[in-house]
Design a protein around this ligand. Structure first.
Ligand SMILES: [Mn+2]
Length: 327
């Protein structure tokens, strides 16, 4: 029997980045990602789908959105087992309370769902739950036991999950950390189905797991990636730099792209010099002004340094240098 493990879809998420022309379209793409996942599951003999929390953004998710979600779920022939995360906690205000869930959708608040020889233990996030003390399971080894949880295995202050308390499970399906990865021999974060910010670099998708082997196969499904690339501009002419930027933009014109300028440059406004019709493109200027030791040992700059310290000194020195050039 095969199952699919996903998490952190964050449906409804608003894109507030300045100058992002495709914010509404991107918001819709998160739905497409889920729809594609359900299509994949249907076409690949997946018996059940595990959703490990943060399926939607409770702050902005409407009743119509919930109707749409449940309609999508009801199209799947298998079972859907899910829990709430910190973005969609299952408290009294939860939209899950206001709708009748389709027969194949199973919301686990702190209970077990059984399918053939598999038992899935799920805990939904709500403010009252204390993960530090309540990860106490009495497992029957005649079953394949799966845990479905949303939390952080590293951060003491953020729904800390105790890895040692979960080692008896055959598979632990986690959500919350957006990077897909293995945390222990049988514990995996599926990662965000679609990347949502520059911290979510790299490949995104979901895991497909056979319950006999319990070894997940990662299926990359994300349409776009977040890509941050550094360019050292030291000694480059503007024309050479323009060509470099152009090459990068062409290679990533369907991605979220951030180009960081580093090194030293005589141009203080590099981040405003380039503009290309890319899907999403932003520049960060981390360059330092070109001030070499010869210049800085000049009595004028030595005197300046007694008056202005730190970063302000470099800015002032740069301005002074530019003014001097004009004479
Ligand atoms: Mn989360």
């Amino acid at each position: 029997m095969k199952f699919l493990h996903t998490a952190d879809l964050h449906l409804g998420r608003l894109y507030k980045e300045k100058h992002f022309k495709y914010a509404a379209q991107r918001r819709e793409e998160l739905w497409t990602a889920l729809s594609n996942l359900i299509g994949y599951a249907g076409a690949n003999d997946v018996a059940f789908i595990l959703i490990a929390g943060d399926l939607y953004e409770a702050d902005v998710f409407s009743a119509q959105d919930m109707e749409r979600l449940l309609m999508l779920f009801s199209k799947f022939k298998g079972e859907i087992v899910l829990i709430g995360g910190n973005h969609d906690p299952v408290d009294s205000a939860s939209l899950y309370r206001k709708f009748k869930l389709p027969d194949n959708v199973h919301l686990l608040e702190d209970n077990v769902f059984e399918i053939d020889d598999v038992r899935i233990y799920g805990i939904s996030w709500n403010v009252a739950y204390d993960f530090a003390h309540d990860l106490d399971f009495d497992l029957d080894k005649n079953y394949k036991n799966i845990a479905l949880l949303h939390g952080d295995v590293r951060d003491e202050h953020h729904f800390k999950l105790d890895v040692a308390a979960l080692t008896d499970f055959d598979y632990v399906a986690l959500g919350h950390i957006h990077k897909p990865h293995q945390v222990a021999p049988t514990m995996y974060y599926a990662g965000a189905l679609a990347p949502l910010k520059f911290k979510d670099e790299g490949a995104h998708g979901f895991y497909v797991v056979d319950t006999d082997a319990m070894v997940p196969e990662f299926i990359e499904s994300a349409k776009r990636r977040y890509v941050e690339l550094s360019v050292d501009v030291t000694g480059l002419s503007l024309d050479t730099l323009r060509q470099k930027v152009e090459t990068i933009v062409e290679a990533h014109n369907e991605d979220f792209l951030r180009i960081v300028f580093e090194g030293s440059s005589p141009y203080t406004d590099l981040e405003h010099l380039f503009d290309y019709p890319a899907y999403y493109l932003e520049f960060k200027n981390h360059t330092r002004p070109e001030l070499d030791d010869d210049i800085l040992s000049d009595p004028l700059f030595v005197k300046l340094h007694t008056l202005v310290k730190g970063e302000s000194f470099l800015v002032a020195a740069r301005a002074l240098l530019e003014t001097a050039h004009d004479y």
